[in-house]
Design a protein around this ligand. Sequence first.
Ligand code: ATP
Ligand code: MG
Length: 576
Amino acid sequence: MSEHPKSELPAVPSNFIRNIIDEDNRTGKWDGRVETRFPPEPNGYLHYGHAKSICLNFGLAQTYGGECHLRFDDTNPEKEEQEYVDAIIEAVSWLGFDWGKHLYFASDYFETMYQCAVGLIQADKAYVDSLSADDIRAYRGTLTEPGRNSPYRTRGIEENLDLFRRMRDGEFIEGSHVLRAKIDMASPNINLRDPVIYRIRRVAHHRTGDRWCVYPLYTFAHPIEDAIENITHSICTLEFEDQRPFYDWLLAALADIGIFVRPLPQQIEFARLNLTYVVLSKRKLIQLVDEGHVAGWDDPRLPTLVGARRRGFTAEGFRLFAERIGVSKSDAWIDMSVLEECMREHLNDSAERRVAVLDPLKLIITNYPEGHSEACEAPNHPLKPEMGKREMPFGRELWIEREDFMETPIKGFRRLFPDNMVRLRYGYVVKCTGCEKDADGKVTAVLAEYMPDSKSGTPGADNYKVKGNLHWVSVAHGCGAEIRLYDRLFAHPYPGARREGDPEGHERSFLDDLNPDSYRTIRGWLEPALKYTKPEERFQFERHGYFVADRVDSAQGAPVFNRTVTLKDSWVREKG
Ligand code: ATP
Ligand code: MG
């Protein structure tokens, strides 16, 4: 025997962000305070990628006894809507997180942002530029060539203050002037070549209406939002790495003129979630919805959080997923099976078992008295007696799965075929005696005789050694229901990516890779205990997978079930 001590895994795995926070706590930088934020732009529904960011930001706040803000980054007046605000609030709470009193809208800070800009002008760190957009671009230089100063860069402070005020007052047309930070047109980082921080937009804003006709750019607004809210660690995705020098420059400049106090929030970047078999870009999601490739934002196949919820995915599953994939600095792809496995893990643990027959074929037990029925007991969870039991009525006619019978069995088939015995799970052992067929030779019923002394849970049950163990639903008691079988929305791991065999010059669209079999609806038979399922109740249908009662279309006494995920990862085996 080896003498190695058991390795002890920390409860929450460490990562580079936790290391930064730990170090800040060690040095006392923030006096132990940890304040993060999740800052969605309300221009679309949240998707699985956002779940990673939500779990990370709220999770860190929880771990360190801090706070996480929910902040709507609504500084762009064009695409934002109240519908998205409401959906985002619902999705974050559904994931199980609480922002307490920290619900904010960046548009509430427009006046402060404006004053920050004025402060920069007064400190000679910003100027009004009157070049056209094209000229600004041309003056900016390239990655290899430095930019050139705008002829307006040397405008005096008073003139700049006057022009900026008049921009705000609506005296100028769009595009005639912008406000730029005065940094360095020769900087190797293009983001520091006097970035534009305000522009004129004559567009009404969903919250501030017509009050403003100048709007701050995201790169200017975001650091200020963080500083206003006393954020300690401002966590964002990697594409903002090149913006960090400007984030730091701006907050330092504003601290120098006394608008903010040090220490200043620190931007930390992590790799965004890339997941196979879906697309996680708002633009593509909007296209899928608008062009009718899916039934709406909450289509269970769509990787939105409203879609996930309707699909039956759980908040616990997402949190487990976020923990399992961790955070890193390098971009990688996560396989969809990892997410599905997290959902299975949580559902396996929490979902009660039930029986449903999805492709029904009648089984007639010819030696069972007509009109009679009796109760069989079935555990709600095989490993958790505390979850209790339920009664399943047994009778002369039962629904079984069509695939559980073969008139001429293939090798290794252990289920029903003439002369073979199987157990009807939680009920009796039956012996198949034949079948009935229609004129086309299609099997319409299977015939069997039951062994009256073989009932599960009675001493006689052990007298029979059988290999097959089938599920069933009593014809007289079962409940017919619509069942929706969902599968992956895309048939390929990287939708739209070029593949071997594509003709030269062919541009593949992600829409070309839609999975034509991602949705099928059937009618199945449910055991009676399922009849009064409430919307969003989740079950494991034995041998089939996890199912949820649809939260939209289920009615009292008439549930509609969605398949959340199969019991095992069947994707690779069947389709790979
Ligand atoms: P898209 O690129 O699809 O438009 P976005 O990043 O612009 O998404 P936001 O509303 O700005 O959407 O995102 C809010 C937060 O969620 C940001 O902090 C962003 O970094 C984070 N986020 C967005 N997509 C992902 C992802 N795939 N993985 C992790 N975090 C993400
Ligand atoms: Mg964004």
